[in-house]
Design a protein around this ligand. Structure first.
Ligand SMILES: [Zn+2]
Length: 419
């Protein structure tokens, strides 16, 4: 008898090129949907768990999950409000300034953002007098955007909506989408829609976590059911090219543990030449191994070792009688805690600034989510930072824990203590 899953058990195909998926990157086991926070009266009920099994496509190298839940289910009552992360809002403000400077975006331009969330970004264009339109499928976060003065359509984006906008005479001079590509169930329909709504000389920018950094820095906790795809420049460019778009510039930016900002245009628009940064990063991705199956295959062992390191640190501290609280209740925290089997036997509670999450429990692990002040009241010896991508911001905000000798634990890329 073997406990190993036979690769030919999978019937999944690549969401871009439809090639059958046979190569496992990592299998994180069964996990609940990471945004399915529980109320106290739900703790004794059955909880659905789904496989968190990551594949890579040998034809286009798209790293991806099989989809088990509909986008409608994920987005109907989405609890993530971008504006609760200060550094992310500032990142959006700087982006706005850069686009105004570099591409002359102004009062005569139309900016359209896909998955515009609570208006954390478009509010800066509105303040600069630039016509902006947000498209956001989650009604509750779209409502928050409207309250900031950002016009927002509560819709899923794809070819259908793009054609409606064009029929109304609306095309995007600047079209952007940050951290949305990973959550798009129908990738080809989404990119085809972008091709339609982009003005002939328009600029498209997309930001997404770089799969090279995910692999290089053990960021396995950024893998969750709501993220169907994990992108390299190589694969993104292939997808864009297939739909008549060309990548003309790329920047590596620090957000979400290391992201790419890709700049694209219509392939026929020769006013924006392809800059050397594109060729240079493609070469680095190739040298790293993103276009060969071996690099992906070694990731699973690396993740298992990261888990052992996290548990070793926590077990050592608990044996010394230390108390540990969490900070944050992000999606990535739920992947990490469920995969590592960390519950209230290690972490007494976590805190989050988002009032929608306070009073609820983390899915699967049932760790209670409290208000941030609880850290000061209960004075834990250690604060385990779950949204490690905001590590510096959190360590600064929570510096008060040092008054009672408190220290921080950061789990990624390897578990370590920040005094
Ligand atoms: Zn593929």
């Amino acid at each position: 008898m073997t406990t190993e899953r036979r690769e030919d058990d999978s019937t999944a195909t690549c969401r871009f090129c439809a090639t059958p998926l046979r190569d496992t990157v990592v299998d994180l086991g069964m996990s609940p949907l990471c945004e399915s926070y529980l109320r106290g009266d739900q703790l004794n009920a059955m909880e659905p768990f789904y496989p968190l099994h990551v594949y890579v496509c040998r034809a286009c190298w798209l790293v991806q999950l099989e989809q088990y839940v509909s986008a409608e289910h994920i987005f109907t009552e989405y609890a993530y409000f971008s504006s609760f992360a200060d550094s992310w809002v500032q990142h959006a403000r700087r982006y706005t300034e850069q686009m105004i400077d570099r591409f002359g975006v102004g009062p005569d331009s139309q900016v359209i953002e896909l998955a515009s969330n609570d208006g954390y970004l478009l509010q800066w264009f509105v303040k600069a007098g630039v016509p902006a339109l947000g498209i956001e499928p989650a009604a509750n976060v779209a409502q928050a955007a409207e309250e900031k003065g950002v016009p927002t359509l509560v819709r899923f984006f794809g070819v259908e909506l793009a054609e409606e906008l064009v029929a109304e005479g609306r095309r995007a001079d600047l079209l952007l989408g940050n951290n949305v590509l990973a959550q798009v169930p129908d990738l080809n329909d989404f990119v085809a829609g972008m091709k339609i709504v982009l003005a002939p000389d328009g600029v498209l920018t997309m930001e997404f976590p770089h799969v090279m950094r995910l692999i290089d820095e053990n960021q396995f906790d950024t893998i969750y059911h709501e993220h169907f795809g994990y992108f390299s420049l190589h694969t993104t460019r292939s997808i864009f090219n297939h739909h008549g778009l060309e990548v003309f510039d790329v920047e590596e930016i620090p957000t979400h543990g290391g992201s790419l900002r890709v700049y694209a245009r219509h392939d026929a628009d020769e006013t924006k030449p392809v800059l050397p940064a594109v060729r240079e990063l493609l070469a680095r991705e190739g040298a790293f191994g993103l276009t060969s199956v071996e690099r992906y295959a070694s990731f699973a062992a690396q993740v298992a070792e990261t888990k052992r390191g996290i548990l070793e640190l926590l077990i050592g501290l608990k044996r010394q009688g230390k108390s540990i609280a969490g900070y944050g209740a992000p999606g990535k925290g739920n992947t990490l805690l469920n995969y590592c089997g960390i519950r209230t036997d290690f972490i007494d509670f976590t805190v989050d600034r988002n009032p929608y999450k306070q009073g609820l429990y983390l899915p699967g692990t049932h760790i209670p989510i409290l208000e941030p002040q609880e850290i000061a009241h209960r004075r834990p010896d250690y604060v385990f930072v779950l949204p490690w991508n905001f590590r510096d911001e959190i360590v600064q905000q929570m510096a008060g824990i040092r008054e009672w000798g408190g220290q921080f634990i950061v789990p990624i890329p390897q578990a370590h203590v920040v005094p």
